[in-house]
Design a protein around this ligand. Structure first.
Ligand code: SAH
Length: 403
């Protein structure tokens, strides 16, 4: 019998204890004394107590992240119980998706803290599952194996599991470099279905791959209001554009990435049979320049989607980000015909729903358009927003009617 690993007990300050009791799973390095922080082995399981020694639960430690501990259980569990706990968490996460995912064989199966499995993200694209390991602890071989075993247990032996290496995160977590690779099965590319459309997926191709699964329900919502001539700005591989093509006469997708547009075009060919007119064009351009030029030329649309990348990567970047959102929304509002539909998104966690609303109000005033908010939407339900963990919610998607 191997000797069980000794589990360290870590006392956190009252601020951290209050946060943990409030259902938030993080202990920051600044919540620990230097001596305490220094004594925690990297990637280990620890027991967490308050200053008086009262148990708060068990956590996984990182020696490099500002988030020193991420809670994984309210109990004092032992190291050898971890693989079983991982399997239980994955079973629970999969059961939740069975309840809420409709019209798709592509969705997020495990969403890290939102599924009580910090540092683990699993996405399903039909028969290809991708695993992203985001913390030191989840990079442990035994835990990686238990994730793969649990996925096979839930979804059957025929699935393929590919680990997608995240070089930036591995560097931050001081983990050795790793190539993306197959962990189970051989297949790394496939096609998947979403709202009746088919998309291509390649887990290991050079370009950034993968779909924005968090937008799945918003694609369908956008299509339920869209009409006429549509412009999808920041279209990537055509998520919104292809949904719009089923109900619009003409669709133009704009993105600065040629590689993304090539996949968008392949996706369009694959789905041609389900389009209203099939008139789709892809334009490689900087969205800011293109919107400026188009609005100066007096171009008009009936439906415009704006889905830019996260402009506010930190709180400090917020005011610059808000200016960016406002410029895009202002130009889009000016270009919409009366009765037009604006689908406007922000995927920055640091931009709150009220910040976003305020930005839209400002743009409506400046454009002198009356904007009726039809729906204030968020991310698809397979990216659950946990009430006690605000960081799990990041996507805003407003669908607006513009007089
Ligand atoms: N709407 C897409 C996701 C958009 S992600 C979907 O649902 O799938 C953001 C996209 O913005 C990326 O494809 C990126 O290439 C593109 N992008 C980033 N900066 C840009 C810019 N200045 N102009 C045009 N596209 C840009």
């Amino acid at each position: 019998m191997p000797t069980p690993l000794k589990v360290h007990t870590i006392a956190v300050n009252s601020r951290a204890a209050k946060r943990l009791r409030g259902g938030h799973p993080w202990v920051y390095r600044s919540d620990l004394s230097e001596k305490t922080a220094g004594a925690i082995p990297a990637a280990s399981l620890v027991h967490v107590t308050d200053e008086r020694g009262k148990l708060l639960g068990s956590a996984l430690a990182s020696s490099s992240s500002q988030i020193a501990l991420r809670m994984i259980s309210e109990q004092a569990i032992e190291d050898e119980q971890l693989p079983q706990l991982v399997r239980e968490r994955i079973a629970k996460a999969a059961a939740y998706r069975t309840k809420f995912v409709r019209e798709s064989d592509a969705y997020r199966v495990v969403f890290s803290e939102a599924d009580e499995l910090p540092g683990t993200v699993v996405d399903r694209y039909n028969d290809v599952f991708t695993l992203q390991v985001l913390t030191q602890a989840m990079d442990r071989d035994d835990l990686r194996t238990s994730v793969v075993d649990a996925l096979i247990e839930q979804f059957g032996k025929k699935i393929n599991v590919v680990e997608r290496s995240e070089p930036r995160i591995r560097q931050l977590e001081e983990l050795p470099a790793l190539e993306s690779r197959a962990l189970h099965g051989k297949k790394t590319s496939t096609t998947f279905a979403m709202n009746g459309l088919t998309f291509e997926f390649d887990a290991v191709s050079g370009q950034k791959s993968g779909a924005f699964l968090d937008q799945r329900e918003n694609y369908a919502a956008a299509a339920s209001y869209a009409h006429g001539e549509a412009l999808d700005v920041f279209c990537y591989q055509g998520g919104f554009a292809l949904h719009l093509a089923r109900v619009c006469e003409k669709v133009t997708g704009v993105d600065s990435s040629r590689a993304a547009l090539e996949v968008a075009d392949q996706n369009a060919t694959r789905n041609a049979g389900s389009f209203k007119s099939g008139e789709i064009e892809w334009i490689e351009a900087n969205a800011f320049d293109l919107l400026r030029d188009y609005s100066a030329e007096g171009k008009q649309y009936d439906t415009i989607v704006l889905d830019p990348p996260a402009f506010a990567k930190s709180k400090r970047a917020l005011s610059t980000a808000m200016r960016g959102y406002k410029e895009l929304n202002l130009r889009a509002l000016k270009m919409l015909r009366p009765g037009g539909i604006l689908v406007t998104n922000s995927c920055s966690h640091h931009v709150s729903e009220s910040d976003f609303c305020e930005m839209l109000t400002g743009a409506a005033v400046d454009a002198n358009r009356r904007v009726k908010i039809l729906e204030k939407r968020s991310q698809s339900k397979d990216h659950p927003v946990v009430a006690t963990i605000p960081e799990t919610g990041y996507l805003k998607c407003f669908v607006c009617y513009v007089d």
